[in-house]
Design a protein around this ligand. Structure first.
Ligand code: NAI
Ligand code: MG
Length: 363
């Protein structure tokens, strides 16, 4: 939106979250400020909202109806991780997770998770920066997690249902193919490729997912299609990650395989994500609230910083987004920012964010 002073203004809702959330968000906001100052021409107006396990503990709900409405009316939402393992609902599931209320509530059906090997990062794999550069597109509104809050059973047995719909699969498959068209292919051969990951050897729901993927794929003759079973994909993401470009899969499979991907590129603390639908989106790290290191200035803020970069791109601020990605790359390359083998930044969270903010300013 343009303002009288000529600046583009973006209204962004902000949920700091639980555990390491507030530390990460503080770091990301320092970088956002540096990007605004460096690139100019736009302003992000933040509206802080409460949500997550802390709020549930106090009020018995993890997000108010009014906050959800504010998110709906905002241009985007920037979110830290939410949830704490000891804050649970009566059915035994976690109360602080906002995945249900936000993903279904906003109908953001594509969870976009770039997995990229950055310079200077100690990867579990012996690869060069850029050798791993793929995106997992995880279906975000159905699959096994549609059963959230709807598990049935008794003291002897419990069951959850894995639901795959035609509409849900068509739209996420299209999203994946459209994304592949905007990218430059897999690092190993430059071929634009979408890999459908499923367990269609075992379950009818996954066979249906594959069939609908194939049908949508016919609309994209310029993009190579590939199929892998989920278990084989887990091995392939470790042994030949450079051959992947875009992967699309059901919700639960995407949840698990994207953390696996993070583990191959220096840790999930380096991995951002977008939850995108038609005209709505929110941005967060792929990981959780890491209660084991919360409040100790040890968490890696890069996931939250890169989630902010993805948000800037979505808001139409491509230059600022690029500036943040470049700054992260440069800070790691020059050693201004070092990530240890345990996935934590040398010198702490605050210092890591500061190093990136300075690299933005120096661009
Ligand atoms: P987690 O992702 O929080 O942590 C797993 C491991 O990775 C821990 O050892 C943690 O210290 C480490 N880690 C995570 N982020 C890191 C970072 N930025 N820098 C350095 N190390 C990092 O997973 P966990 O422990 O299973 O879940 C903790 C809580 O987070 C739970 O309540 C869970 O439900 C919630 N959660 C929330 C998500 C969200 O808000 N989108 C996503 C995943 C989990
Ligand atoms: Mg997860």
């Amino acid at each position: 939106m343009a303002r009288a002073d000529g600046q583009r203004t973006h209204r962004v809702a902000l949920i700091e979250g639980d555990g390491i959330g507030p530390e990460l968000v503080a770091g990301a906001l320092a970088v956002l400020e540096a990007a605004q100052a460096r690139v100019g021409g736009f302003r992000v107006e933040l509206e802080r909202l409460e949500g997550g396990a802390g709020l549930y503990r106090r009020e018995g709900r993890n997000l108010s109806e009014q906050s959800l409405q504010t998110v709906r009316e905002s241009d985007a939402l920037l979110k830290g991780p939410t949830g704490l393992p000891d804050v649970r609902r009566p059915d035994g599931t976690e109360a602080g997770s906002l995945g249900g209320v936000l993903r279904t509530g906003l109908d953001v059906y594509a969870n976009v998770r770039p997995v990229k090997l950055l310079p200077g990062v100690e990867s579990a794999l012996k690869l060069r920066p850029g050798d791993v550069d793929y995106v997992i597109v995880r279906e975000n509104t159905e699959g096994l997690y549609l059963s959230r809050g709807k598990g049935v059973g008794n003291e002897q047995a419990m069951a959850d249902t894995l639901m795959v719909t035609r509409t849900g699969t068509e739209r996420v498959a299209r999203f994946a193919f459209d994304l592949a068209r905007k990218r430059s292919g897999a690092p190993s051969d430059g071929v634009r490729r979408v890999t459908c990951v499923d367990k269609s050897n075992v379950l009818a729901s996954y066979a249906f997912f594959r069939r609908v993927f194939d049908e949508v794929g016919e609309e994209y003759p310029d993009v190579e299609k590939q199929h892998l079973y989920g278990d084989a994909a887990a091995q392939a993401l470790v042994m030949r990650p450079s051959t992947f470009d875009v992967l699309v899969m059901e919700n639960f499979l995407g949840d698990v395989l994207s953390d696996l991907g993070g583990g191959t590129v220096g840790g999930i603390g380096l991995c951002p994500s977008a939850n995108a639908g038609d005209g709505r989106a929110y941005f967060e790290p792929i990981h959780g609230s890491a209660p084991d290191i919360a409040g100790q200035d040890r968490a890696n803020p890069i996931s939250q910083i890169l989630a902010t970069a993805m948000m800037l791109d979505y808001l139409g601020e491509a230059e600022a987004s690029e500036a943040v990605w470049r700054a992260v790359w440069r800070a790691l390359e020059t050693g201004a920012l070092r990530i240890g083998a345990n996935g934590q930044p040398d010198g702490g969270t605050r210092r890591a964010a500061q190093a990136v903010a300075e690299a933005v300013g120096a661009a």
